[in-house]
Design a protein around this ligand. Structure first.
Ligand SMILES: Nc1ncnc2c1ncn2[C@@H]1O[C@H](COP(=O)(O)OP(=O)(O)O)[C@@H](O)[C@H]1O
Ligand SMILES: [Mg+2]
Length: 148
């Protein structure tokens, strides 16, 4: 019964709004803790969704995270509208960043966000249409039998 959703919730992210940055991922972290998700998965999911949220704040106009939990998996889908990514292979490389000087002064732009999302997730998919937006699927398996 892998389609049986036990929880589904959406969170909005505003591009360019550094004042609210991190709010969606903090809310998600609290929910995951509250419903008793394995603490090691809560940590990995929180890191991944924070990086994904910050990328929307920095590089997109707006985005929506859909949190879906079934007995089998925790699925974070992030759909944004914005410039998109022309070269995903390059964007996935450790250290690659198009962050502005202003963003770097705020401590962002290490180019480790996407690689860290991939590292923390059990499954990670990224698709993008330049000029339209980017979609991330970040998945964690809840019944651990040998992953990670
Ligand atoms: N949601 C997004 N929309 C557009 N471009 C993105 C998005 N996420 C990542 N990118 C591009 O991929 C690059 C690498 O992202 P990331 O690994 O998170 O590093 P950083 O955020 O430090 O730049 C970014 O610099 C940006 O060019
Ligand atoms: Mg980033």
């Amino acid at each position: 019964m892998s389609d049986e959703c036990v929880l589904s919730q959406k969170f909005k992210i505003e591009g360019g709004n550094f004042g609210n940055a991190g709010k969606a991922s903090t809310s998600i972290k609290e929910i995951l803790k509250e419903i008793g998700i394995d603490p090691s998965i809560v940590i990995r999911a929180s890191i991944a969704i924070y990086e994904a949220e910050m990328n929307v704040v920095m590089y997109a106009k707006k985005g929506i995270i859909t949190l879906n939990i079934t007995p089998e998996e925790l699925h974070l889908k992030l759909e944004d509208e914005g410039q998109g990514i022309a070269d995903i292979y390059q964007a996935m490389k450790e250290g690659f960043s198009t962050a502005t000087n202003e963003m770097r002064e705020m401590g962002f732009g290490a180019g480790m966000g996407l690689p860290n999302i991939k590292k923390n997730a059990d499954r990670f998919e990224i698709t993008s249409i330049p000029g339209k937006g980017t979609t991330l699927d970040i998945i964690f398996y809840l019944n651990k039998t040998g992953n990670q």
